[in-house]
Ligand binder design. Structure first.
Ligand code: FES
Length: 218
């Protein structure tokens, strides 16, 4: 009987067909490949970050009515973990001391990450001193995020900012990079919204302390 089955298998192979055993091997191999593909797909699904609009890591759209007036106190966007500032050093201002090593003027909107560059505490705007102050170890920053006093090793980080037209999608202008750091974005006419991309953050530069220029370092 066994020799009969072997003869049948040998006959199928010789005639170009496949034996039952081969067929089962193919099914088994295909199943393994399918399971592996599913596993790889699931892994990619978890590894590739996906953020919705209005969720930290994604984009935030801010209407012009919610952008702070030029040279006024910053506005806190808690969900996006950033402060929005609107600067113009050509206009009178009481909040922005400018150092001699800086470009003149400093103009435009910037979105500043709310985490201190020292050890990651959440700092806050202190209106009485007109600067950002960190409660943990006393680092201080100017309105645009430049480091005023250490121990912070560098200025505050910034997110990419874009100016949008009133269709909410057309990008009129985008913050440019200087030394791999986002510069404030001067808003072109026709800007109706600001888009802040919290998935695109640049580290603040390690400029000299502002208190050194002011001669009042502690
Ligand atoms: S974490 Fe802000 S000064 Fe240390």
């Amino acid at each position: 009987m066994a020799s009969q089955a072997a003869a049948v298998e040998a006959g199928e192979s010789a005639s170009g067909g496949i034996s039952r055993r081969e067929f089962l091997y193919y099914i088994w191999g295909a199943s393994i490949a399918l399971v592996s593909l599913q596993g790889a797909g699931l892994l990619l699904w978890f590894l590739i970050p996906r953020f919705r609009e209005g969720e930290f890591g994604g984009t935030f759209k801010v209407s012009m009515g919610d952008v702070p007036p030029v040279n006024s106190a910053p506005i806190n966007f808690a969900e996006g973990r950033f402060w929005l500032v609107n600067l113009d050093t050509t206009q009178p201002n009481e909040l922005m001391y400018q150092a001699s090593d800086e470009p003149n003027p400093i103009q435009g909107v910037a979105a500043i990450y709310k985490v201190c560059t020292h050890l990651g505490c959440i700092y806050a705007w202190t209106p009485t001193n007109s600067r950002f102050e960190c409660p943990c170890h006393g680092s201080k920053y100017r309105l645009d995020g430049r480091r005023v006093e250490s121990p912070a090793p560098r200025s505050l980080d910034r997110f990419l900012v874009q100016a949008l037209a009133d269709d909410e999608t057309t990008v009129l202008a985008e913050a440019s990079l200087s030394d791999d750091f986002y510069q404030p974005l001067s808003l072109p006419s026709g800007t109706a919204f600001i888009r802040v991309d919290t998935g695109s953050r640049k580290q603040g530069p390690s400029l000299p302390l502002l208190c050194e220029f002011q001669g009042n370092c502690p």
